[in-house]
Design a protein around this ligand. Structure first.
Ligand SMILES: O=P(O)(O)OC[C@@]1(O)O[C@H](CO)[C@@H](O)[C@@H]1O
Length: 320
């Protein structure tokens, strides 16, 4: 295949990241050290493309970009190796998201905008291009929120088409578009985004039994691998062969978790593309990739050797 992955980022963002000690609302903060303020191309699919590019995995990134911010994202991506972009230009401005990382209070505050309105013509144009570009890859990822104007069936429609073409499919999201896809066209790898809400498929995730019920239900819908973050530093891993709890044994700064979920997905994608379909091993590589990313404040993945070393930084327990 010409490229390894088609990553769909329907709602990209320019991530404005600030490191502020002792942050609280209602005060003036000045950033005096330039390294404490960054501006990166973001959105989950873009993050995965950026992270896997350093591991030599190539991708095409598609979605919608608009206005000045859209141009900034396009130009930032255009200089990254192993990434090809194929965005549809929409009329409204692409969003900017704000992340405030507080290393003293050990918190991350995220303010995410809803993104530009996408009209029917732009959607039709996108679908046409998607159906032609998909022939260049074997793996398709849909990730993140969807901008206003798109139907909640959008991920389900995209995954349905990808599955008919025999592609390996991945999804990280939450909300009605996520649930619609699980119920109708469940992707092979599913990672619910639990940052804002831990309610999935009508269930509030509180006890370990709740996680088991929902994870196993997603497997019954047809997923081969489900990853659910569990109590911040743990992850529950579901396959058809059982359920495992991965728990980090290394001390992890909560403030270093920005982008850790995308690092996890990047590790899984990289493993399945390079090594083949051992889902449990792919999850272990994903967990190691996520742990390697917590060595850094920004959205950075460790090099392959660093990821391998991080395999000893978590314990794996079979719970079912
Ligand atoms: O608003 P969404 O689409 O759910 O999430 C978008 C986002 O918060 O996710 C990434 C971190 O995972 C950031 O790059 C980006 O700003």
């Amino acid at each position: 295949m010409e490229y390894d992955l088609l990553a769909l980022t329907l709602n990209p963002s320019l991530d404005r990241e600030f490191v502020i000690e002792n942050f609280d609302s209602g005060n003036l903060f000045r950033i005096n050290n330039p390294s404490n303020s960054d501006m990166e191309a973001g959105g989950k699919g873009i993050n995965v493309s950026l992270m896997i590019s350093d591991l030599g995995v190539s991708s095409i990134n598609m979605g919608f970009l608009g206005g000045f911010i859209g141009n900034v994202i396009q130009s930032k991506l255009s200089i990254v190796k192993n990434i090809t972009t194929n965005f549809i230009y929409c009329t409204e401005e692409t969003r900017e998201n704000i992340e405030i990382i507080d290393p003293l209070k050990n918190t991350i505050t995220e303010i995410n905008s809803m993104g530009p309105f996408i009209n029917e013509n732009d959607l039709a144009h996108f679908m046409k291009r998607y159906k032609s570009v998909i022939s260049l890859v074997d793996h398709v990822l849909v990730s993140g929120s969807i901008p206003p104007g798109l139907p909640i069936t959008i991920y389900s429609d995209l995954i349905s088409y990808a599955k008919k073409q025999g592609k390996t499919t991945y999804m990280e999201a939450n909300g009605p578009h996520f649930e619609e896809t699980i119920r109708n066209n469940c992707p092979m790898v599913v990672k619910p985004d639990l940052r804002k809400s831990t309610r999935i498929l009508g269930k509030n995730l509180e006890t370990i039994e709740d996680y088991l019920e929902v994870g196993e239900k997603i497997i019954d819908y047809g997923a081969r691998l489900v990853i659910m973050s569990y109590h911040v530093f743990g992850d529950m891993v579901f396959t058809k062969d059982g359920t495992w709890l991965f728990t980090a044994t290394k001390e992890i700064e909560r403030s270093h978790l920005f982008g850790a979920g995308d690092a996890f997905m990047s590790g899984i994608v990289t493993y399945l593309i390079k090594k083949g379909y051992d889902y449990l091993e792919a999850a272990k590589f994903g967990m190691a990739a996520a742990i390697s990313s917590t060595n850094y404040i920004g959205k950075i993945l460790g090099a392959e050797e660093e990821i391998e070393m991080c395999k000893s930084k978590f314990k794996v327990e079979k719970i079912r």
